[in-house]
Design a protein around this ligand. Structure first.
Ligand SMILES: *Cc1c(COP(=O)(O)O)cnc(C)c1O
Length: 391
């Protein structure tokens, strides 16, 4: 069908003449919108590139699992119908998959959104949260959203310093957010450390344990947050379909928590926050164990390759339990942001870390074999000049 032609009047995009008289709530003025990884289409347009690879947002390089894709196709025709606001079937499927009661589950438009619901439900302006320095910036932004304060505890050897985080909890603290593994660093804390931490945290302080990369971790000292829900009703475990399940574009995340806590958050959650195709695709993705296994294997091999190449190039990097690696790329006169820009001009999108207080570093998602090789070649080219200067 031909598109209706825009007439001359509507085609002219004018800068607005009048300014709105509405005033933004003052505590929001300190919030700058989250800087996401640049979309492929954007970079193609700006630099006139045919092919661009994106290693910036920790998406699954294998794409959408065949089973999920089939489910999306099958249910596309139902897109005119509102989704099931209770996500009944996904709830049932996940309840069986995780072996938790259905009423312990809370669904979000990505787990990112659940952080916002938690904050709106439990955090008042005069209160505060505790996070790690350089941590996933969405937790701190949650506090800023309600005008609350946050304490950022320095990492120790690139890992959460749990004793220091526990010590940072004071009478005003209502929540602690702990990404394990940590993003953007990729390190993890072990079961024993977490157990000691949970024993110290007061029961009226919520602990948000974000396990977005749970399925990638193979370390025997790692743990499943679900094992602690019974003992600690102040614990909220966050998981997502955006990473290993390859559905970042459909936005499905979830939390597992005490049913009373879920009931409280349900007061805030908009009824149709998880869309119909997302629910169907997530259910199918859960079943696709072969895809998950392939993703783990591809990731492990890719990570090992990157470590080897970073060593060859004498680039400091942090061993990771996830599908990304933090690497220090700053050379004389080149910051992480500049390296990111130079890589982008060459068709490789990575994530600069200045916004996380790590201006000398970039975070690169482990891609497919060919993507990793291209990234390393381009990085070597970008760093080549200044490396020569150093000799
Ligand atoms: C990617 C990621 C998420 C998941 O975000 P979604 O909103 O579910 O896509 C949550 N936490 C961390 C630490 C992440 O890296």
């Amino acid at each position: 069908m031909a598109r209706p032609k825009a007439n001359a009047r509507t085609a002219i995009v004018r800068a607005p003449q009048k300014k709105p008289q509405l005033r933004c709530r003052p505590h929001l003025l300190a919030l700058t919108p989250y800087p996401p990884g640049r979309p492929i289409e954007d970079v193609q347009r700006e630099f006139g590139l045919k092919s661009v690879i994106k290693l910036a947002s920790n998406e699954n390089p294998l794409g959408v699992s065949p089973k999920a894709l089939a489910a999306i196709r099958k249910h596309a025709r139902d897109a005119y119908l509102y989704p099931d606001g209770n996500a009944y079937y996904l709830r049932e499927a996940l309840s069986r998959h995780l072996n938790v009661a259905p009423e312990r589950l809370l669904f979000g438009n990505g787990s990112d959104e659940i952080v916002v619901w938690l904050v709106l439900t439990f955090l008042a302006p005069e209160e505060s949260i505790v996070v790690s320095e350089h941590s996933f910036i969405r937790y701190q932004m949650g506090a800023q959203l309600v005008g609350a304060r946050w304490t950022a505890v320095p990492l120790k050897n690139w890992r959460h310093d749990l004793p220091a985080m526990a010590a940072a909890i004071d009478a005003r603290t209502r929540m602690v957010f702990l990404a394990n593994p940590e993003n953007p660093v990729g390190t993890m804390v072990a079961r024993r450390e977490f157990e000691r931490f949970m024993k110290i945290v007061p029961p009226e302080v919520m602990v948000g344990l974000d396990q977005a990369y749970y399925e990638y971790v193979s370390d025997p000292d790692y743990f499943d947050g679900i094992d602690y829900l019974e003992r600690y009703p102040n614990l909220v475990v966050l998981r997502t379909f955006s990473k290993i399940y390859g559905l970042a574009g459909l936005r499905v995340g979830y939390a597992i928590a005490h049913p009373d806590l879920v009931t409280d958050v349900e007061r805030v959650r908009p009824p149709f926050n998880v869309n119909r195709l997302g629910q169907e695709a997530a259910m199918a993705a859960l079943e696709d164990t072969e895809f998950v296994r392939q993703s783990i294997d591809l990731n492990k091999a890719g990570r090992d390759y990157l470590y080897g190449e970073f060593e060859r190039l004498a680039l400091e990097h942090v061993p990771s339990h996830t599908n990304f690696v933090l690497v220090r790329v700053a050379r004389e006169g080149l910051t992480g942001a500049q390296v990111t820009h130079e890589l982008m001009r060459r068709g490789v999108i990575v994530r600069p870390m200045g916004g996380y207080g790590l201006p000398d570093w970039i975070r690169v998602t482990v891609g497919r074999v060919r993507e990793n090789v291209t990234f390393v070649n381009m990085l070597e080219e970008v760093l080549g000049g200044s490396k020569e200067n150093q000799k």
